[in-house]
Design a protein around this ligand. Sequence first.
Ligand SMILES: [Zn+2]
Length: 211
Amino acid sequence: MQNLSVEIIPVTPFAQNCALIWNPETMQGAVIDPGGDVPKILAAITAHKVDVQSIYLTHGHLDHAGGAAELAAALHVPLVGPDERDKPLLDAMAEQGRYFGLDLNAVSPDRWLTEGETIDIGGTAFSVLFCPGHTPGHVVFVNEEGKFGIFGDVLFRSSIGRTDFPYGDHAALIAAIKTKLLILPDDFAFICGHGPESTIGAERRANPFIR
Ligand SMILES: [Zn+2]
């Protein structure tokens, strides 16, 4: 992405790719999916001297949203997203945490996101696309001009998000990937919620789950 800097901060025992993204000229930016390890995220923000304006969530899973309330309180910035259909997951953050021995509270975003709207990251507009299946309210962020996106747990390098949860929907996930993501150009690059980044072209060629 030409006019934005990106630092991936692996957080939680799940090595979730929290992303700190900012405009190197204005130093304004955003944090996406602060799943935990908030001191580590704050250290990265301080090290790069980023003026964080917002926190955005792709979906309501613990490893993406578990540190969101703590980080929003520390930075005094709005917590935005995902789609409201993930509210039950965010409401149940204490239960999600207890399962892994973590003491967490419910996460209450300042506002939800809806497909078709745009969010601002360091002065660059990203479209919000609703891509359910991994969770009911999963959203991804796409900048078509810069050919760059943040895809959360929808599409990974050579894999896709798991759907073996009670609320998972494999058919919906595949439909969202095919109709909303695979229509992007081959050289469109994206950050995944876990593991290395990839491009649409690489996944179109080699991802066994979307053949
Ligand atoms: Zn997830």
